[in-house]
Design a protein around this ligand. Structure first.
Ligand SMILES: [Zn+2]
Length: 172
């Protein structure tokens, strides 16, 4: 299976437009609930970001409550993607995510295409290109920490996530 990034992005944009969200920061927990998911915060081992599973027909998301709130937001968006896009995967059992943000760069497991799609969905949901372009020009300096920190706070994501996103959107 080849990851379908466009499909993932379209699904995220559809969710945003359905709930008429056009400004940062995106209320990701409320969106997940609106999409029919339960969201539970619970302490997990540090290398675990979260889980997605079906329980008695209910779409469940579990997030590591010990992680930084911005990281939790990315995890919720990532798990929401699995519920929106990867039902056959969840029907096989509980989907557990370890260190998801960099997963698409390093891991080579059988679920890799799913992870890539889920990360694209999460990036588009939390940092939609259209919104990002209002604040970031093509000459944005990725080395400028203070600007990155300000942007990350605006979108409610980590500086690593926003830096990675800018690189992706502007093809750097
Ligand atoms: Zn995942």
């Amino acid at each position: 299976m080849t990851p379908d990034k466009k499909r993932a992005e379209r699904a995220a944009l559809k969710l945003l437009s359905t709930h008429t969200i056009s400004e940062a920061r995106v209320p990701v927990r409320a969106l997940a609930r609106a999409a029919g998911c339960t969201v539970k915060l619970t302490p997990l081992d540090d290398d675990l970001s979260g889980m997605a599973f079906l329980k008695d027909g209910v779409k469940a998301i579990v997030v590591n409550s010990l992680h930084h709130p911005n990281r939790q937001r990315f995890t919720i968006a990532h798990e929401l993607a699995h519920h929106q896009l990867h039902l056959p995967l969840l029907e096989k059992g509980v989907h557990v995510d370890k260190a998801i943000f960099r997963r698409d760069l390093h891991a080579a497991s059988g679920t890799r295409p799913y992870e890539i799609e889920a990360n694209h969905f999460a990036a588009e949901l939390l940092m939609p290109k259209k919104q990002l372009r209002q604040f970031v020009g093509p000459d944005f300096d990725l080395q400028d920490d203070s600007q990155l920190i300000e942007l990350a706070a605006k979108f409610g994501v980590s500086t690593a996530a926003i830096g990675y996103r800018i690189q992706n959107v502007y093809g750097r």
